[in-house]
Design a protein around this ligand. Sequence first.
Ligand code: ATP
Ligand code: MG
Length: 183
Amino acid sequence: MRFTRLRLNGFKSFVDPTDLVIHDGLTGVVGPNGCGKSNLLEALRWVMGENRPTAMRGGGMEDVIFAGASSRPARNFAEVSLHIDNADRLAPAAFNEHDQIEIVRRITRDAGSAYKAAGKDVRARDVQMLFADASTGAHSPALVRQGQISELINAKPTARRRILEEAAGISGLYQRRHEAELK
Ligand code: ATP
Ligand code: MG
């Protein structure tokens, strides 16, 4: 699975619609402090189903919505869309017939988040599982936040084990076993 495009609208400092084409190979994002580099990575994490406000550097989930600036009023919603190239057919069966999959997450004030995958309404869990099986996703060790390396060094052994399990790609299996045990 390869990410090919990230679109933001009303997400954090990206108040105007922003369309980012992700080419093959390495992509660098450069800019002065506070220009929104970390917000871009947070948008990627968020569209993959991140539900921990702490991971989004906010107090609540609605803090991802553009909060207003001196010359611009606040927005009522935020939307992020991620295009995935599924040529390697790594997506779960429900989506695997598609060459390209678009995931959209939208949050509206007082109405929470809604997700779409390949044009269909889906649950947060469907989106999270789509990425968990491909060893990526909101909690993936492939996404390293600013300050996360020192957190990892200082982490307790159980927390460090969870990170290794994510890296090994087995956390999706744990999730399914947990749900099977609840049934
Ligand atoms: P650095 O180089 O210091 O790491 P950065 O490029 O990573 O900076 P970000 O942390 O992505 O910058 O962006 C921070 C900016 O985003 C701040 O100016 C902050 O006010 C703005 N911001 C964050 N959340 C919102 C929001 N909900 N509405 C409007 N602006 C926001
Ligand atoms: Mg930053």
